[in-house]
Design a protein around this ligand. Structure first.
Ligand SMILES: Cc1cc2nc3c(=O)[nH]c(=O)nc-3n(C[C@H](O)[C@H](O)[C@H](O)COP(=O)(O)OP(=O)(O)OC[C@H]3O[C@@H](n4cnc5c(N)ncnc54)[C@H](O)[C@@H]3O)c2cc1C
Length: 330
């Protein structure tokens, strides 16, 4: 059956877009390649950290995006009957005096409010951090839409997708960036690697962060990550990342014993201005995109999906800061 919209790819982008379509009563079908194509979402740690980087900056629009994302996940949890958004405490440990000084200055100016909590000589607590179990989200959402008949098994080509719907919204992450139609968008890449550790006695509600983060993911299991390798487009694992992350884990765990159980990786897609992209292709109106979620897919995807649906139902223009038209991809 021909549908109004084909959502091409079911990572975080496609999942949120499909949910917003369902909420708005828009007829849609999803095509996903399953495990046959790379998926950044399936390796994402799912961390929501409002204050990041060596310069301790609040993430783009986080004051409004974080509460909106939390509310959106709560609603989706109800529909999927699956716990997704888990509030965590995040302990940011200063790497050096410079970081301590930056924190002091920003704290005095109120730059980190409302997310910077209690502080001491060694670090501070980040409030409102969270973790989303992204694989649980993808699997439970896929099961819902398969059961409802909104599903086409992939992979398929863009031409095949375009033959099946009035509008194809390309949410294929890395695969989108290899498509000739989007060749003028200046895509950038960063491979990220993660180690899974076996370790006992961690506080299950605390993420540690000092350069890298350490995230408890289940009884006796934690992940440490993630590396950033700009320009690398293959989701391979390396001995260098294993060594680097093992050192970070030992520091974060203060010498506590652990073993490396697994290593995995994925490729993040970014744009040079570090904002995501959404919108219609300027010369092919029946093609759209939602991509460039970088390292922040968990909370950018709900906002971009909402913009798509506002555009489809009420003709609302895309926010100029995210509109793919800013790259003139004709
Ligand atoms: C190591 C690592 C850690 C990360 N940690 C975090 C984190 O803690 N917090 C956070 O917010 N973000 C994190 N991210 C970023 C996050 O993973 C991405 O922003 C997000 O997953 C991108 O989602 P997407 O839907 O755009 O793409 P993807 O997740 O890559 O999804 C693309 C989908 O398209 C499908 N597909 C591809 N080709 C075809 C085809 N021909 N036909 C049909 N389907 C196709 C694929 O199967 C896949 O399901 C991390 C990323 C990495 C690499």
């Amino acid at each position: 059956m021909r549908r109004d919209i084909l959502i091409f790819g079911q990572g975080l982008a496609g999942t949120w877009l499909a949910w917003e379509c369902e909420r708005a009563g828009i007829s849609f079908v999803i095509s996903d390649a399953g495990q046959r194509e790379p998926s950044a979402s399936r390796v994402a740690a799912g961390i929501v950290n409002p204050i990041t980087g060596r310069r301790l900056v609040k993430s783009w629009r986080i004051d409004s995006l974080l509460p909106a994302a939390r509310a959106a996940y709560r609603e989706l949890e109800g529909a999927l009957e699956t716990d997704l958004w888990r509030r965590m405490r995040l302990r940011r440990i200063f790497r050096d005096d410079r970081e301590r000084r930056i924190f002091g200055e920003k704290q005095v100016r109120g730059d980190l409010a409302p997310f910077a909590g209690e502080a001491d000589e060694a670090g501070f607590w980040v409030e409102e951090a969270a973790r989303v179990d992204v694989v649980a989200l993808l699997d439970s959402a896929a099961a819902r839409w398969k059961a409802q008949g909104h599903w086409l098994d992939g992979p398929m080509s863009l031409a095949a997708a375009e033959a099946r719907a009035d509008l194809v919204i390309d949410c294929r992450g890395f695969a989108t960036t290899r498509e000739v139609a989007w060749a003028r968008v200046p895509w950038e890449y960063s491979r990220g690697e993660i180690l899974e550790l076996t370790i006992e006695g961690l506080d299950p509600d605390v993420i540690l962060n000092r350069g890298h983060w350490l995230l408890p993911v289940g009884p006796g299991l934690a992940w440490v990550g993630a590396t950033h390798d700009p320009g690398v487009t293959t989701a391979t694992t390396t001995a260098e990342a294993r060594a680097t992350l093992s050192v970070s884990a030992a520091e974060l765990l203060d010498g506590r014993a652990f073993e490396v159980a697994r290593q995995f990786s994925g490729v993040r897609v970014n744009l040079p201005d570090k904002q995501p992209v959404a919108g219609r292709h300027p010369s092919t109106a029946r093609l759209g995109v939602l991509n460039g979620l970088g390292a922040k897919g968990v909370w950018l995807a709900p906002m971009l999906a909402r913009q798509w649906v506002n555009h489809l139902t009420a003709g609302v223009p895309f926010d100029v800061e995210v509109d793919v038209a800013r790259f003139n991809p004709r």
